[in-house]
Design a protein. Structure first.
Length: 262
């Protein structure tokens, strides 16, 4: 068998293996890509923030991803989407700062919220320093205290100087709290403009019950991105392989020819 024949057979074998692997990559990529979108649709719903009451965490017009959860899963520090008849009966976004049984008050000597007497650091709250907005400001522009009934939540906006939240409803039944059942979802990430995942605030982690665990949004993004890379990589294999497998031109045939005379 000639060297050319052996090379063609070898290239043919490698080509078939490459085709199988590229097809497998595309198939796995499709599963990850489509599966990621399906997973996201089951776990999350998009929501447009209507006001700046949660500035700087989320701003008016931001498109966020809110994980569908039961009210029983809510923990202190969560940013939730809820709807309550006493709060205009429209979807709103606020941060849970106290749960049923908590005694919440503001402010201590350092301008912080206290939950059951424990001060809570809230670096996302903006104050004024030297005439400019700065983080770590006073937790409320007005002093207050309330006891949260069992099965209810006390909610504040991160923009404490302008947010209409539980402080406005302190004279209502429940001292401004809303039922856990009013919660539809928990905000996990800002999808547009790209803002990334909203971390659970460490200030509430030391309190009994801690903070909620992270949602699956990071894994969903990983699945979608990995799937897209596999699809494009597998689809690109054929053209790349053909480009590099073209036979070279010129040169001898590889067979020697005798020209001498015996």
């Amino acid at each position: 068998m000639s060297g050319t024949g052996r090379a063609e057979r070898s290239n043919g074998g490698h080509g078939r293996l490459g085709s199988v692997l590229s097809g497998l990559a595309v198939a796995v990529g499709c599963v990850l890509f489509l599966g990621g979108f399906v997973w996201g649709a089951v776990e999350y719903r998009p929501y447009t923030v209507p006001t700046n009451s949660m500035d700087p965490t989320v701003k008016a017009g931001d498109r966020v991803l809110a994980q569908r959860i039961s009210g029983d899963e809510v923990r202190r520090g969560d940013v939730v989407v809820f709807k309550d008849a006493d709060w205009a009966n429209m979807p709103m976004v606020k941060r849970v700062v106290a749960v049923g049984g908590d005694k919440i008050a503001c402010c201590d000597a350092d301008g912080r919220l206290t939950v059951n007497g424990t001060p809570v650091e809230e670096p996302y709250v903006r104050g004024m320093a030297g005439g400019r907005a700065s983080t770590g400001g006073r937790a409320s522009t007005t002093d207050f205290d309330a006891t949260v009934p069992e099965g209810k939540l006390f909610l504040l906006g991160d923009e404490r100087s302008g947010s209409l939240d539980s402080r406005v409803h302190l004279e209502d039944a429940g001292q401004g709290s809303v039922p856990r059942s009013a919660v539809d979802a928990r905000v996990d990430a800002v999808a547009w403009p790209l803002g990334g995942v909203i971390d659970r605030p460490a200030g509430f982690a030391a309190l009994p019950g801690g903070v909620s665990g992270p949602g699956p949004v990071r894994w969903i993004v990983v699945a979608v991105v990995a799937g897209a890379l596999l699809i494009f990589g597998g689809a690109a294999y054929g053209p790349v392989a053909r480009r590099f497998s073209k036979p070279r031109t010129g040169g001898g045939s590889g067979e020697g020819v005798s020209t001498g005379v015996r």
